[in-house]
Ligand binder design. Sequence first.
Ligand code: MG
Length: 652
Amino acid sequence: MKRFLSLLSLVLALGTAYAQQQSPEMVQFLKEFPQRAAFNTHSYEFIDVVDTPAPKGYEPFYISHYGRHGSRSDWGGDATYKVVRDILAKAKADGVALTPAGDSLLRESAIIYAKYDGMDGRLTPRGVREHARLAQRMYDRFPQVFQKGSGEIRAVSSTTPRVLISMNGFTTRLMQLQPSLHIDLDSGEKFMAYIARAENGTIRARTREELARRPASGEDFFTPVLHTLFQNPEEGRKYISSPGSFLYAIYAVAKVAEANDIDDNLFRYLPFGAVYRFHEDNFLSAYLNQCNSELNGDLRLPQAQELVDTLLTQAERVISGKSNRAADFCFGHDWPYLGLCSYFGLEGVGDRLSTEDAAAHWMASWNCPFAANLQMIFYRNGSASAPVLVKFLVNERETAIPALTPVEGPYYKWEDFKAFCAARVPKTQIVAHRGYWEGNRENSIESLRKAQMFGAWGSEFDLHLTSDNVVVVNHDRTIGKVNIQKNPFSALKDVPTLDEYLAQGEKNKDCVLVLELKPHESAEREDVLVEECLKALKAHKLMNPGRIAFISFSYHICRELAARCPGYTVQYLEGDKTPAEVFADGINGIDYHYSCFQKHPEWVKEAHDLGMSVNVWTVDNEKDIRQMKELGVDQITTNKPALTREILFGRK
Ligand code: MG
């Protein structure tokens, strides 16, 4: 529903007119098969697939499969289906004549509405057939896995009914083909963390900003549609209060027609320019949110980590002989499937593209139709010393990983692929020092907002207590000539309070707030600072170990926080104590100047062995950032978040 509304609001914001550059490649792709304009509600296209012969002596022995559910009805209540039917039916009942095309759209939208019948997101019969056919093709294509293997298979599904029924369609066909198979089926909330982990709020916010920048003006799509549907377009116009939402409703009906076994092209009721734009809005939003885009890929790939780890661990157990399974099947949704393909860097679907390049070249409906799937097929030969090979099928087509060199054709060494995955997402996180302040004031609320929108793991800021116990955000002890700690708040000008700062902090759940509590003249004043900070955090509902971390040069403050907030990250800043000394005092982290780790690189491992977190400040030049990455610190605090990200992801 959310996605529908956000698209709808975009459409309404733009009115009915767009100017756009159409990509000849995309135009041809859509004209070749108009139903592709449905993007991720396009039904699966079964095409003949070709297998490159495996290297001599190699045979498949194990399959890992992630499959999206098959064709379904739309969701969002009946709004999408009902709008078109009701408007046309009302006009007709009032004696406003429809054209033959208008009559035909009324009839078809009524059929789809009846099939929907109040069932949001229901797997249609076509969706079941898609999965049965996929199973059949897999069985026919890799008989060795099923006939020579153990016959032991495990299938897990998302808890959503359409996915459970997809799993049922797939596995039932396999059992019909080979009743001796032993297939364990499972589903449950605890699997959802990896089967269906969604992209985060920051990614969605960045995508919205990016899409809002795309140009709008020019062609009028509404008038031609009125002429298509009504004998008297002026009369017809009176029944439509919102042209943008009416056009989108026609698109919405057209894009689920196929799922309901209506193979007629309902997109024909709209001008091609409108279809093109709706399609583009749909798939660009998905590409930017869910794939390895230049805009969001660095934030998106880590979200796929648990799914990647799960699939790789399952395969590794089979390869090492700890498990006897012939196959692991996982049934889920489009966004985790896209995240997985992106993590694996699979050519086509997982390419890292600019927004403009994605709009022109990302073949959306091939990449992510209903029942989209990724299959990893594992091969070995008789010799124990020969490497295990793996090939990747995206929607059953052999697909390359451009970053890796295959043994031959689409066959990769499993060990190479594992090493590629291990280095794909950096383990080190970025903390924006005093916010992302380039072009802004350090420690300003805007610098925090920019750090959040950048997608920094955390944003750091400095805290002092005024003489009348107001906590303010500022680095220096003085503002102008006024000493913050010795003066009342009324003596200060133009400085955010902690309360104001946290109001911005709470808006983004993905960016950790790193509070630096500055040393004060006495332990008593420091205790008041701690007390006031905790009070403010509670008031903003931020007392959550995932949302905040504490750092301080004051050992007293660190000890106080560690005692009062067990389970929260507290990092000591001074650099004058070994990790073991800090740990012995109950403090669970260090955040030292990089020169400390250059002198004592062993402290990183020492701290990790004690279960402590390691942060480092303030690392701004390439050589030092690279060195801290190599040392494996957990966080790098930097004034150069963008440069740090490039280095962490190995692009610089
Ligand atoms: Mg600081």
